[in-house]
Write a protein that binds this ligand. Structure first.
Ligand code: PAF
Length: 282
């Protein structure tokens, strides 16, 4: 596996592969890799001859009171995991390489509407930061395809929209959420949970699955299902940001003609803010 910290090195490697007719697949991450990330790497391996992963904790997507400084960083362990997964190139730039004028002074990418709802309402500027860094990374790597996890369903929707709106010639691959045996979706932020909180955390997935089962069973009182979801989370000791049912395609409120919906929730448990979702065909 090659390791690159500069944009120029990445461009040179990828262009050489593409000249040789090889398909390049890209997996952007913030590092601190776990089994959830490794499933993205597996999906990448299945879609092309070469795969590139980036490790970059993007300051632009963190709010002033969020965990940017404390976000877990494990670059050498990540490099070993990527090597074992068959990654061809690991790109781990520093902040100055990605934002030479500083993140504050840098051009930004805004995906209106989608960025202000759900997590966007509670994390103002977050999706602008995500859209900007993903746009930059896609321009740097110029992959044929890029893989994103369904765990961050709103992020995936924002990225699909940005790629369409900006006519970017990249295929977006969605990889299913990887869960621990008790249902908790894998996330670097699970490390913030104490042992007692970790034992309670799967209640988030159970609440989403219960809502999905009601929808699959034919119930259509979305507000009642959302209210019950919020109540369940509060009873389990979470502080909820939202529990919502949306159209899976564009996160608009579902109507009588909606056939593919997603139940999404974000809730705090101790120091951790957990997000998860379940899709349902109705
Ligand atoms: O999902 C993540 O890890 C990040 O939001 C991403 C897509 C790598 C952008 O920083």
């Amino acid at each position: 596996m090659r390791r690159a910290t500069s944009i120029a090195e990445v461009r040179a490697a990828v262009r050489e592969w593409r000249r040789g007719g090889e398909r390049v697949v890209f997996v952007p991450t913030m590092g601190n890799l776990h089994a959830g990330h490794m499933s993205l790497m597996e999906a990448a391996g299945a879609h092309g001859e070469r795969f590139v992963a980036s490790i970059f904790v993007n300051p632009m997507q963190f709010g002033p009171n969020e965990d940017f400084a404390h976000y877990p960083r494990t670059p050498e362990r990540d490099a070993q995991m990527l090597r074992d997964a068959g990654c061809d190139l690991m790109f781990s730039p520093d902040v100055a390489e990605m934002y030479p004028r500083g993140a504050e002074q840098s051009t930004r990418v805004e995906v209106p509407g989608l960025s202000d709802i759900l997590c966007g309402e509670f994390r103002p500027g977050h999706f602008q930061g995500v859209a900007t860094v993903v746009c930059k990374l896609l321009h740097i790597v110029e992959p044929d395809a890029a893989v994103f996890g369904e765990k961050d369903f709103q992020q995936l929707t924002v990225i699909r929209r940005l790629v369409t709106d900006l006519c970017m010639p990249v295929h977006i691959i969605a990889a299913p959420t990887v869960r621990d045996a008790d249902g908790l979706a894998m996330s670097s932020r699970n490390q913030y949970l104490s042992a007692a909180e970790r034992a309670r955390a799967p209640a988030l997935y159970r609440a989403l699955a219960a809502a999905a089962a009601r929808l699959a069973g034919g119930e259509r009182d979305y507000s009642a299902i959302e209210r019950d979801g919020l109540r369940t989370l509060e009873a389990e000791g979470f502080r909820s940001d939202y529990f919502a049912i949306k159209c899976a395609e564009d996160l608009t409120p579902p109507g009588p003609d909606s056939h593919h919906v997603v139940v999404l929730a974000a809730a705090h448990l101790g120091r951790a803010r957990l997000i998860d979702n379940v899709q349902v065909r109705v």
